[in-house]
Design a protein around this ligand. Structure first.
Ligand code: SAH
Ligand code: SF4
Ligand code: F3S
Length: 452
């Protein structure tokens, strides 16, 4: 096989953390001399970066894997890699279930891909799922966009929400040092990136494990400090971050977001349920009153801030009345976007063993009711953009209308307007909004913005 004929394919499931990991693993494969191919059937190395947050996410992986395992019977040189959260959860079991797999690697091992793959090419079948200290990212990711980029700031999760597999598969919290984060952002700026999204499962818990924290849990350096530390990197015009946990979302953080001009007024703060008893059963560590106070404080400082969240319906024992408390919270707050899901019992989590599970019918019915309310509320929230002038950072073209470019407002609304991508890519444009839909906008360009 010549170097030129070495092609890789990656399919990514799951959250932004996985997308960021896939970009890093793609970078490793390109450094090793592989070229990307869109078509898995054309690749010599196939990598599935998997998600196990709900059962349907996991099952999807098995159906993709089945097809490639079959192909491998005819093409024994094909290399199959399963990375990410299913890999971590299933480990050795995956090899027993699909013996054609060459490499099973958990998310903490993403930066070790080259080393692991070389062992595979030496004829070994490898499972890399032991907990390790994540190696500082020294690779060059192959990023999907050349305008916006992910920057990991904290890996793992120290919470113990009773429904959730993430702590089992992503391990304990590991904060990168402020210096390493800033260096990566400076590099992105040199490469011409305009927007960064700081990533962590609970990003506002950043810093707890850095040296200088006290046993009582007081930490000397937290997420708000990090925002101040990285804000002035020249060339970066917008900063976003996700995901925030209500437990750690302080007024000081809100004030910093209001004060620092590059931080976009968009906050993703999952609430999961609007009922205090359920929040307690989920071990979330806050009440719906506290959640409402956070949103009110955000809106005091930034009246136009857009708010998005995640919610689960059909958690074990959820009564009709408790479900209505979730509807009520959604109705009262008016989210710009809400990711909703029916509760899915996950292996290795406490709630999966409880006896008060609800039927699939009840869960599906509640999910539908909630989704209906969400689109009504999102459509209402979109109305406020009508006739307004919004700053849009141009990222690409509208795939449904190539005469239009596509970008996002500071509040993270997808926005389309007529224009030439070659001229506008990476520019912020003032756009007058002429059409609003629940989750996207269309407008007319007014003028280019002057970069901050
Ligand atoms: N760290 C974030 C969320 C990470 S997981 C937080 O704490 O908010 C992403 C979302 O998946 C969660 O917010 C939750 O809404 C959903 N989720 C997690 N486990 C789930 C399960 N067992 N069933 C259904 N949805 C689940
Ligand atoms: Fe899962 Fe809870 Fe951690 Fe979020 S905070 S990743 S929901 S355990
Ligand atoms: Fe899924 Fe793992 Fe993210 S389980 S949601 S890919 S952390």
């Amino acid at each position: 096989m010549t170097t030129n004929s070495r092609r890789y394919h990656i399919t990514t499931f799951g959250c932004q953390m996985n997308k960021a990991d896939s970009e890093r693993m793609a970078g490793v494969l390109e450094e090793m001399g592989f070229d990307f191919t869109e078509d898995p059937n054309d690749a010599n190395v196939i990598l599935y970066n998997t998600c196990t947050i709900r059962d349907n996410a996991e099952q999807k992986v098995y159906s993709y894997l089945g097809r490639q395992a079959k192909r491998k019977q005819e093409e024994p040189n094909l290399t199959i890699i399963v990375a990410g959260c299913v890999a971590q959860q299933e480990g050795q079991t995956l090899l027993r279930r699909v013996p054609e797999i060459d490499l099973v690697m958990g998310p903490q091992h993403a930066n070790r891909l080259q080393d692991l793959l070389e062992q595979v090419f030496d004829g070994n079948q490898i499972v890399a799922t032991e907990a390790i200290e994540i190696i500082e990212d020294i690779t060059k990711p192959r990023r999907d966009s050349d305008v916006t980029a992910w920057v990991n700031v904290i890996y793992g999760c120290n919470e113990r929400c009773t429904y959730c597999v993430v702590p089992n598969v992503r391990g304990i919290e590991q904060s990168r040092t402020p210096e390493a984060i800033r260096t990566e952002i400076e590099e992105l700026s040199r490469l011409g990136y305009k927007e960064i999204t700081l990533l962590g499962q609970n990003i506002d818990a950043y810093g707890r494990d850095l040296p200088g924290s006290t046993p009582e849990g007081r930490h000397l350096y937290n997420f708000t400090d990090l925002l101040y530390f990285i804000h002035d990197v020249p060339g970066i015009e917008r900063i976003r971050f996700a995901t925030s946990h209500p437990r750690y979302f302080t007024e000081r953080l809100i004030r910093a977001c209001a004060e620092l001009p590059k931080i976009c007024e968009h906050f993703h703060i999952p609430f999961q349920s609007g009922d205090n008893q359920l929040l307690k059963a989920m071990a979330r560590g806050y009440t719906h009153e506290k959640y409402r106070r956070i949103i009110n404080t955000i809106r005091e400082y930034m009246p136009d801030a857009s708010i998005s969240a995640d919610a689960i319906v059909g958690f074990p024992g959820e009564t009709e009345e408790q479900f209505e408390n979730t509807l009520k919270l959604v109705d009262d707050i008016g989210f710009d976007l809400l990711n909703t899901a029916a509760y899915s019992p996950r292996p290795g989590t406490p709630a999966a063993l409880w006896e008060n599970q609800l039927s699939e019918e009840v869960k599906a019915d509640r999910l539908q009711q909630l989704n209906r309310l969400v689109s009504v509320k999102a459509a209402e929230r979109s109305q406020r953009y009508f006739n307004r002038i919004e700053e849009v950072l141009v990222e690409g073209t509208n795939s449904k209308d190539l005469s239009q470019v596509m970008g996002r407002t500071r509040g993270n609304r997808l926005t389309f307007f007529s224009g030439n991508l070659a001229e506008l890519k990476g520019q912020q444009v003032k756009v007058k909004i002429t059409q609003v839909r629940p989750f996207s906008l269309t407008g007319e360009p007014v003028e280019l913005c002057i970069p901050v």
